[in-house]
Design a protein around this ligand. Structure first.
Ligand code: ATP
Ligand code: MG
Length: 316
């Protein structure tokens, strides 16, 4: 079981050491894995448990404020529908009353604003270059959501170093007291430019199609995450399927490999069918759930969002 120091645990939770000690004392009967031999180290599972507890109950000493749930959307393979899924989930969550911020962390090749019909205006690049304050790069998006663009065709962003990514992750985490959900639309691949954002999220949605290479790459990103110590929930969305059976087969295949070789679980979140409405909506620069509310793909999207809502804290 991976263990981290209490200093790092307090920093991950955004509280001081004394608050962490109080929290551990209060919940010692329900926290598994505390080790009297190594009191200055905590299992990562315990830190995740405390993070969930704080989200449900509010940070100690922080006026009982709930922190937003951060959800990363990733895939391994490119072009399987991450951005389409991110934009539409964010729109549907906003329409259901969740204060949602979509951050396009496909750095340098960001295109969520195109699907959402928004000019990017100032982007993460302007913020990183010191030309804009963080609030200035937040724009209004569809369904009442807020959006932050990652900049398109910007090599400096694609080449962002570890320090830059750490600053960016911290800035994204600082959004949490101000909204209910943060959706991170990541790029393709398994580089740190993707995994650093996923590692910071509370939940990950892995998108795949039934294409063999897409399934292999979805397993690839799950493997990299698990082997890197990621222990938070991983959900599957199987996109562009022709039947529910096709989606089920893909999920079973991935779930089987994840259980057998990685000793980990994937959660079924849902499927999205192949549907012309998706391309039609892209041409209209509108999320498909707004452009085609009666389409089959929107019906399934609503099921996915309803499944996702089960993992979100109740809104007060
Ligand atoms: N369910 C669907 N039915 C039909 N077309 C779809 C569906 N989902 C996505 N597409 C189309 O697939 C293409 C790729 O989608 P999208 O840009 O969302 O993928 P991506 O994973 O974000 O790609 P990248 O890795 O380049 O960021 C788009 O043209 C999109 O309209
Ligand atoms: Mg994309």
């Amino acid at each position: 079981m991976e263990r981290i120091t209490t200093t790092e645990a307090a920093s991950r939770l955004g509280i001081d050491q004394a608050s962490l000690a109080r929290l551990l004392q209060q919940h010692r009967n329900v926290i598994p894995g505390l080790d009297a031999q190594e009191p200055d180290k905590l299992p990562v599972e315990v830190v995740n448990f405390l993070a969930q507890l704080m989200r449900n109950q509010g940070k100690p000493g922080a006026a009982n404020k709930q922190l937003a749930t951060v959800i990363a959307v990733t895939s391994g393979k490119g072009g399987v529908g991450k951005t389409s899924v991110s934009v539409n989930i964010a729109t549907e969550l906003s329409l259901r009353g969740h204060r949602t911020v979509l951050v396009d962390v496909d750095l340098g090749l960001a295109n969520a604003h195109i699907l959402a019909g928004k000019a990017p205006g100032k982007t993460l690049f302007d913020w990183l270059a010191g030309r804009a304050e963080f609030p200035e790069i937040v724009v209004d998006g569809p369904g009442g959501m807020k959006m932050i663009s990652g900049g398109s065709g910007v090599k400096e962003l694609a080449d962002l170093d570890d320090g830059g990514r750490t600053r960016l992750v911290e800035a994204i985490m600082a959004l949490r007291p101000h909204c209910d959900v943060v959706i991170l639309d990541t790029g393709a691949g398994i580089s740190s430019g993707v995994t650093d954002f996923v590692a910071a999220a509370d939940h990950t949605i892995v998108v795949t199609t039934s294409n063999f290479a897409a399934i292999a790459d979805a397993y690839g990103i799950v493997k990299v995450l698990v082997q890197g110590g990621y222990r938070k929930p991983m959900h599957m969305v199987v996109n562009r399927v022709r039947s529910p059976e096709e989606a089920e087969q893909v999920f079973k295949k991935l779930q089987g490999c994840t259980q057998r070789f990685l000793n980990n679980e994937l959660n079924w979140l849902g499927l999205l069918p192949e549907d012309h409405s998706v391309e039609g909506a892209v041409l209209q620069r509108t999320p498909f759930c707004e452009a085609y509310p009666a389409s089959v793909v929107t019906k399934y999207l609503k099921k996915v969002v309803a499944a996702l809502e089960r993992y979100l804290p109740k809104r007060s």
